[in-house]
Ligand binder design. Structure first.
Ligand SMILES: N[C@@H](CCC(=O)N[C@@H](CS)C(=O)NCC(=O)O)C(=O)O
Length: 219
């Protein structure tokens, strides 16, 4: 399996499949395509007639160019990793929350871009505050759900945690408050060895790649 991603510091979409593969212990190779600094991502898009966007997975002669689609693919290929919970009610909740992340939270995404290296306190705008309340509501659904013990939304780490992983960086990086259960989840996500590996790589990238428009948010 080959995963194409972009900057570990900035690319929120890239983090989703990467962290899921790492936490599940699924072997993969990766290529970083820094699209502000090279045209390699455009070339990949042209080669496969797909958008010049990351992440992309190439596996068994197949191309998957959407993060949620690739997480579903990985789940199908490795059902023993239980990347979705087995319980129908919990899986349905997790799938709905993952899909909501994929299609919503536009204010949070655009006003607080993921930037793992950066920590500043920013007052959320009214639109972002509405989305933070929605996150608290989603976390309350998981709190009330009948689920096994564990630090993650469904007990053990699943696709829904991977989908929200960039939100963890946004909350931590910009000092955004959501709810006590959300805070507890961010702490569990942050100490994952895979997340620490991602952070170390994001820090190491600073010597070669920075993007001013993201580094100056809130200045
Ligand atoms: N629907 C896609 C969205 C991917 C996406 O927007 N990727 C951003 C990554 S941060 C990108 O590649 N941007 C490159 C560009 O816009 O030039 C997915 O879920 O994977």
């Amino acid at each position: 399996m080959h995963l194409y991603i972009a900057y570990k510091n900035y690319s929120s979409w890239s983090l989703r499949p990467w962290i899921a593969l790492k936490v599940a212990g699924i072997p993969f190779d990766e290529t970083i395509l820094p699209f502000y600094h090279s045209d390699a991502l455009d070339k990949l898009g042209e080669r496969y007639q797909i958008p010049a966007k990351v992440p992309v997975i190439e596996d068994q002669g197949l191309i998957i160019w959407d993060s949620l689609a690739m997480l579903e693919y990985v789940h199908e290929q490795y059902p023993e990793k239980k990347l979705w919970p087995e319980d129908l009610a919990l899986r349905t909740l997790a799938r709905s929350a993952a899909a909501e992340m994929h299609s919503s939270f536009n204010a949070l995404r655009s006003q607080h871009p993921m930037n793992c290296r950066r920590h500043i306190k920013m007052q959320p705008s009214p639109e972002v505050q509405v989305e933070l309340l929605r996150l608290a509501e989603i976390w309350a659904h998981f709190e009330k759900a009948n689920k096994p013990a564990g630090d993650f939304l469904c007990g053990h780490f699943t696709i829904v945690d991977a989908m929200y992983a960039p939100v963890m960086w946004r909350a931590v990086g910009y000092g955004l408050e959501v709810s006590p259960s959300f805070k507890k989840w961010t702490e569990s996500m942050l100490v994952l060895p895979a997340m620490q590996e991602w952070l170390a790589a994001a820090k190491a990238e600073e010597a070669k790649w920075t993007i001013a428009q993201y580094d100056e948010v809130g200045v």
